[in-house]
Design a protein around this ligand. Structure first.
Ligand code: IPD
Ligand code: CA
Ligand code: CA
Ligand code: CA
Length: 254
């Protein structure tokens, strides 16, 4: 199945790349929460291929989500992770596809602009363009580069808390990056570019594939209490495994 999903991500990525350099119709789901015709087009393309080939597997996809997350086995699809980047021409955009069942987990994240395909299957390691990748071995947060993101709702609420944490992380690390795609942020933790990443308010399709890739690259993906992250958790915290306690302390205001 992983080869099928990689090919599907490549083909979906071709559509994203084709329209990346063009003007597209942009709509508002919220004050700063954007969606384009291409998000919908790519999602429909992926869903059709998945349902044609795996009719017994449910599909959870951002632009057609109906609120149901109770499945034995499901695909999680984010057709364009980084829609704001897509609209503004910032090259951090990715298609993210994951498959989850009781005994098998697969994650594929493809950035068609930078031509980077990250993928992992449970128990088989994580890869970028066919080279195995691993998290960094930085063990002091003072030497770390940390990624984060801000939920679209942050323009209306919890901005003070986010700024407070941001200030503390900034003072404790080498720097912070906000690249605008949760899926790529996670893959860059897996690749050892970022030593850690945290964000609040994400949805399953943002992070399911990236979580598998980080874990297979030797990292940890947790909630704010230091337990394995699951969908209902508010904060996601991904690290190389070495700076977890320091990052959790900051996020918890300790
Ligand atoms: C968004 C991106 C972004 C994160 C937002 C997500 P979208 O996904 O992952 O990095 O900060 O919270 O919603 O809407 O571009 O698919
Ligand atoms: Ca979106
Ligand atoms: Ca997303
Ligand atoms: Ca999206």
């Amino acid at each position: 199945m992983i080869d099928f999903l990689k090919k599907l991500a490549f083909d979906a990525g071709k559509i994203i790349k084709e329209y990346f350099y063009q003007n597209v119709n942009v709509y508002h789901k919220g004050k700063i929460d954007l969606v384009t015709d291409i998000d919908v087009k790519v999602e429909e393309f992926i869903k059709l291929k998945l349902s044609d080939n795996f009719s017994d597997v449910s599909i959870v996809a951002e632009e057609s989500f109906d609120g149901n997350l109770n499945f034995d086995k499901a695909f999680f699809v984010d057709p364009i992770d980084g829609t704001t980047n897509f609209v503004h021409g910032f090259p951090f955009v990715a298609v993210s596809i994951a498959y989850i069942s009781d005994d098998r987990k697969i994650g594929v994240v493809f950035n068609p602009i930078l031509n980077e395909i990250f993928y992992a299957e449970s128990g088989k390691g994580a890869y970028l363009n066919d080279e195995m990748i691993n998290v960094s071995n930085t063990n002091d947060i003072r030497n770390s580069l940390i990624a984060t993101g801000f939920p679209y709702s942050s323009v209306e609420r919890n901005i003070d808390e986010l700024m407070d944490i941001l200030e503390k992380v900034l003072k404790s690390s080498r720097g912070i990056r906000r690249a605008g795609s949760a899926a790529i942020d996670l893959c860059y933790v897996a690749k050892g570019v970022f030593d850690g990443y945290y964000e609040t308010g994400l949805k399953p399709w943002d992070i399911v594939a990236g979580k598998i890739i980080v874990e297979e690259a030797g990292g940890a993906v947790l909630n704010k209490r230091g337990e394995v992250y699951n969908f209902s958790d508010d904060y996601i915290v991904a690290t190389n495994g070495n700076i977890t306690n320091e990052l959790l302390r900051i996020l918890n205001g300790i």
